[in-house]
Design a protein around this ligand. Structure first.
Ligand SMILES: *[C@@H]1O[C@H](CO)[C@@H](O)[C@H](O)[C@H]1NC(C)=O
Ligand SMILES: *[C@@H]1O[C@H](CO)[C@@H](O)[C@H](O)[C@H]1NC(C)=O
Ligand SMILES: *[C@@H]1O[C@H](CO)[C@@H](O)[C@H](O)[C@H]1NC(C)=O
Length: 211
């Protein structure tokens, strides 16, 4: 739109013109970069989306009777390669299972060979693993939330319809078991509701290093 001369006339100083042109050039580069990232992201999503249309295939799942006799199911999200996080949960909150009438399940994706072998051992030892066939990585966190919700809801629909409520937890959350169970005792079982906390005027973290 502007010739170099045009700029010079506007600002009357060669150096400012240069700065501005460089600025607008890098602005343009930035815009192209943002656009190409957005396009790549879209392409990536397009690759991922078809995988969400079908439920991911189940590798191992707790038995059909897993939920029998329990009022609540607690799905705890852990990383596939962090068995210690699951053990921590089993030994802490998990030990209150019969007192508060809940059972615990760990939905997972797949990891490397070693992680998968470990998961198989855990499954045989504890029977509380639901592993479905998708790559469980941090980069895939959104996908993971989607797929594990997908896997867990399929599992519940097929194998766990007797519980009153399902609680989804991250493994780094501290919670008051007594209060939570009291809350779950009041859920409207016929209403097919999703309960969650609404944070009024919450500001999402958009820093580069944030999630
Ligand atoms: C859990 O609740 C069910 C239904 O009320 C009951 O049959 C069962 O015995 C309870 N289990 C425990 C461990 O208290
Ligand atoms: C995310 O999951 C998809 C589907 O399982 C997989 O193809 C892809 O490689 C994963 N991406 C990363 C970065 O792990
Ligand atoms: C339901 O449980 C059975 C028995 O463990 C398992 O084979 C099946 O995959 C489970 N269904 C889902 C959708 O997880």
């Amino acid at each position: 739109m502007f010739t170099k001369q045009g700029w010079a006339v506007m600002f009357d100083e060669e150096s400012r013109v240069t700065i501005l042109s460089t600025g607008s050039f890098s602005m343009l580069t930035f815009c192209i970069f943002v656009a190409s990232v957005a396009i790549n992201k879209y392409e990536e999503d397009k690759r991922i989306v078809p995988k969400l249309i079908e439920p991911p295939s189940v590798i191992v799942a707790p038995s059909h009777e897993f939920c029998d006799g329990f009022l609540y199911l607690i799905a705890v999200y852990t990383r596939v390669n962090e068995p210690e996080a699951r053990n921590r949960f089993r030994n802490s909150y998990g030990s209150l299972s019969s007192k508060y009438n809940f059972t615990v399940i760990f939905p997972l994706g797949t990891g490397d060979g070693e992680a998968n072998n470990g998961v198989m051992q855990e499954y045989h030892q504890f029977g509380d693993i639901l592993q479905t066939n998708f790559d469980d990585s941090f980069r895939n966190l959104t996908l993971k939330a989607g797929i594990t919700s997908y896997s867990i809801s399929n599992f519940v629909r097929e194998n766990c319809t007797s519980v009153r409520a399902v609680l989804k937890l991250d493994d780094d959350v501290e919670w008051n078991v007594q209060k939570m169970v009291a809350k779950m005792a009041t859920v409207d079982v016929k209403g097919k509701r999703l309960y969650c906390e609404v944070r009024q005027c919450g500001i999402p973290q958009r820093l580069k290093g944030g999630k």
